[in-house]
Ligand binder design. Structure first.
Ligand code: PMP
Length: 360
């Protein structure tokens, strides 16, 4: 983006931001099959659309800053108190706010890599230091190495499960061992943006909300953007100890969860049986897509999310460019791989047709 600029004047903007890349979402175009952002393809259910229209009639007023009705619904649904829930403008905001309440210059924020790009970006915006621990060869979080990387300066840990962009999940016992081995006052954010898609075996089954009762330093992050189909409205939530929720309340941007989003989230919770039923179909499609891709010769991680990760190395960018030219938009991570959303069969087939032709 080019625009007018002062000749020779450097404005007083933090110079350390110069080296920060901006967050770049997947680009799309009319008619494209968009598989770049892990959204659901289906439009809102009628009950949700009605709640949105009703709330829209009142947008001359500010929203409820505390999202009281939504918080109460969530607390009831999750079996926690309202003092343990904080809604946010997308769970991405809650990631940022967790960094804000824990970390500043000289502090470390620890996470596996590769994972969700917001972790390093928001850490650096806060002036803190990202500490990135490489995933294992199977693209899974190396929790042992992460525990070993905790220092006196570590203020926050992110564990993304399933991990974006690999889709992999950690073992329940490995998570427990991790939580037992790190200081009990260190916040561990367990980012479950894709939890509704998990169909894990016994060894990988994790009830993070139950674990919180043993480990009060555990923070669970969830979103309405994925399985609940409200990506455009920006609403997510944290479940955490009241100390954390109180601090999050202090850095919450006033009114940032808008009234339409609050109403839609409540309606989506009310329709969750229908919405979550769709995740069964995605889980079946995920296995089909993974098997087909492996059959074509791709290296694909074991995903428990609504996307798959193709380890393509240097071919990642050319693969994504060619996919876009064929009308299918996927998400490249240059030099590493490509993340592709799994949605409805027709869209998945469009991607598979491209993937087959590309490798042959
Ligand atoms: N966490 C992870 C792992 C994600 O992939 C995303 C979305 N890309 C988010 C959090 C944020 O989701 P939202 O802000 O839409 O709630």
């Amino acid at each position: 983006r080019e625009g007018p600029t002062f000749d020779g004047v450097t404005l007083r903007i933090r110079p350390d931001l110069d080296s920060l890349p901006a967050y770049v979402p997947g680009k799309t175009f009319p008619g494209a099959v968009k598989l770049a952002s892990n959204e659901v393809t289906e439009p809102p259910l009628p009950a949700v659309a009605e709640a949105i229209a009703a709330a829209a009639a009142g947008i001359n007023r500010y929203p409820d800053n505390g999202a009281v009705a939504l918080t109460e619904e969530l607390a009831k649904e999750l079996g926690v108190t309202t003092a343990e829930v904080q809604a946010g403008c997308g769970s991405v905001t809650l990631c940022q706010n967790l960094i804000t309440i824990t970390s500043g210059p000289g502090d470390e924020v620890l996470f596996g890599w590769r994972s969700f790009e917001t972790y390093p970006l928001a850490t650096r915006v806060a002036g803190a230091t990202p500490v990135q621990v490489p995933l294992t060869g199977d693209a899974v979080h190396d929790l042992e190495a992460m525990a070993a990387a905790v220092t006196d300066r570590t203020r926050l840990v992110f564990i993304c499960n399933p991990n974006n962009p690999t889709g992999t999940v950690v073992e329940a016992q490995a998570l427990r061992t991790f939580l037992e081995s790190v200081p009990g006052d260190l916040l561990v954010a367990f980012d479950e943006a894709y939890v509704e898609y998990v169909r894990a075996d016994e060894a990988h089954r994790i009830d993070a909300l139950a674990l919180r009762r043993e480990f009060p330093n555990l923070v669970v992050l969830r979103t309405f953007s994925k399985a609940y189909g409200l990506a455009g409205l920006r609403v997510g939530y944290a479940v955490a100890d009241p100390q954390v929720i109180t601090a999050l309340g202090k850095v919450h941007i006033p009114f940032s969860v808008n009234s339409v989003a609050q109403a839609a989230a409540i309606a989506a919770l009310g329709a969750q049986d229908q919405l979550l039923a769709r995740t069964d179909a995605v889980a079946v499609e995920r296995e089909r897509v993974t098997a087909a891709l492996r059959g074509f010769g791709y290296r694909v991680a074991d995903s428990q999310a609504n996307f798959v990760w193709l380890e393509l190395g240097a071919d990642a960018a050319p693969f994504a460019t060619a996919a876009t030219e064929s009308g299918v938009v996927v998400r490249p991570f240059a030099g590493e791989g490509v993340r592709v959303t799994v949605t409805v069969p027709a869209e998945n087939d469009a991607f598979l047709a491209f993937a087959r032709s590309w490798i042959s």
